[in-house]
Design a protein around this ligand. Structure first.
Ligand code: HEM
Length: 402
């Protein structure tokens, strides 16, 4: 039987996809739940948009995480793609075990006073201004400081220039030469790793030092895996949580009734916890799951996904699937149950979930309370979203304190 014809998405939904992907996602879920994006000279990318499919495929052994299976496809900067996000077992298990201990909830919980103190210091500065960019003044420095502390990155490298280099690898500014960005990134990793080799310090929070030793002393990871893992953790350790704070504040400003519930006298820790989960679901910081390809043909909704095709699991769409979440397009800070897929599902479930949840539960109440009433400095649909492949996050969130 011939495969059913796949409709083309309406052009107007595609043109606003970075700014507002949700109408496009709703169209996909309704009309083309397994949608092939075919472009000349590129591998086919299947977009999977329904909750049940995304969740099932996140644990499906017929999908591989190894980009080497797709000829000519390089998902990230040259020489930095050998990390756990791009590995199947047994390499995935080995690499995940090496970093996992630093992120277990018990260890992460000890960071709470440091997160609170850092957030308050940033807010001390913010309180002196009426115009504030929530991303540059709060979300970016707070979240980067935390991952730098865990990795043991020296304070002189914990700055906006380092963050810009990392971010340019996934959402390059127009006119920026990718080769130059990669050169700067490799130079940064050279400094970081050489510093760990010469210092000999063994602080408790020194994941990078521990990885360097795992590479040098026991050969548990290769030099390329070490560099790739350092790059991965520096990037996803802050870009994601920064987006949670930025997307979350925007969602609250666009939903004043829900915002009022979080700033009112009745707000307790229980409501903060459900609010963080709802903000993760409502405008998911990781919009698409990371690289996966079919290791064997897969049939889905009458379509045949061919071996070697890329499969993009649209987490942001799954989390707005109205057949799974009642009133999925509505923000409800007390939503329960809320089994969103914002941190993924299965063997690649987010290692940093406990850290991200803790940062969110400290940051939102402090920020809302100390900023006081604010309004957006520009209309919501004119805000600059970064055109990244996997992430969904604002380049800036300018607000005015009233
Ligand atoms: C709100 C913040 C965050 C969100 C929404 C998020 C989301 C995700 C998602 C969806 C995945 C699975 C991707 C897939 O299966 O394709 C993932 C994996 C991962 N996350 Fe996060 N993440 C966040 C914060 C963090 C932080 C703070 C770290 C700290 C280092 C981190 C480290 C990782 C790593 C290393 C993986 C790969 C796990 C593996 O492949 O086994 N994430 N994250």
């Amino acid at each position: 039987m011939p495969a059913p014809a796949v409709p083309s998405p309406p052009a107007d939904l595609l043109t606003v996809r970075v700014q507002d992907p949700y109408p496009y996602f709703a169209w996909l879920r309704r009309h083309a739940p397994a949608h092939p994006d075919r472009r000349p000279g590129r591998p086919t990318v299947w977009q999977i948009s329904r909750y049940d499919d995304v969740r099932a495929l996140l644990t499906d052994g017929r999908l591989s995480k190894e980009p080497g299976r797709v000829p000519g496809y390089v998902p990230g900067p040259a020489g930095l793609n050998r990390h756990l996000v791009h590995a199947d077992p047994p390499d995935h298990t080995r690499l995940r075990t090496l970093v996992n201990a630093a992120f277990v909830p018990r260890r992460i919980a000890r960071l709470e006073p440091f997160i609170t103190d850092t957030a308050n210091r940033l807010l001390d500065r913010i309180e002196q201004h009426t115009h504030v960019d929530v991303i540059a003044a709060f979300a970016a420095p707070l979240t980067f400081r935390m991952i730098c502390a865990i990795l043991g990155v020296p304070t002189e490298l914990d700055n906006a220039a380092t963050r810009d280099t990392l971010m340019a690898t996934i959402a390059p500014a127009p006119g920026l030469d990718p080769a130059r960005v990669e050169g700067e990134l490799h130079a940064l990793l050279d400094i970081l790793i050489a510093g760990k080799r010469t210092s000999g310090e063994r602080g408790e929070a020194d994941l990078l030092g521990a990885l360097v030793r795992a590479s040098d002393e026991s050969g548990a990871m290769s030099e390329e895996e070490l560099r790739s893992t350092a790059y991965l953790l520096l990037l996803v350790g802050h870009d994601t949580t920064m987006n949670l704070i930025g997307n979350g504040v925007l969602a609250l400003l666009n939903n004043p009734g829900q915002n009022a519930r979080l700033t009112g006298p009745q707000t307790g820790p229980g409501l903060i916890t459900t609010a963080v989960e709802e903000l993760l679901r409502y405008d998911s910081p990781v919009r698409d799951a990371t690289f996966r390809c079919a290791a064997e043909p897969i049939s889905l909704h009458g379509q045949l996904i061919g071996e070697g095709d890329i499969v993009s699991l649209l987490i942001g769409s799954a989390n707005r699937d109205g057949t799974h979440f009642p009133h999925a397009d509505r923000l409800d800070v007390s939503r329960t149950p809320n089994d969103h897929l914002a941190f993924g599902y299965g063997p690649h479930f987010c290692i940093g979930a406990a850290l991200a949840r803790l940062e969110g539960s400290v940051a939102f109440p402090l920020l809302l309370q100390r900023l006081g009433p604010v309004t957006l400095a520009k209309p919501s649909d004119e805000l600059p979203w970064r055109p990244a492949r996997v992430m969904r996050g604002l380049a800036a969130l300018p607000v005015v304190r009233n």
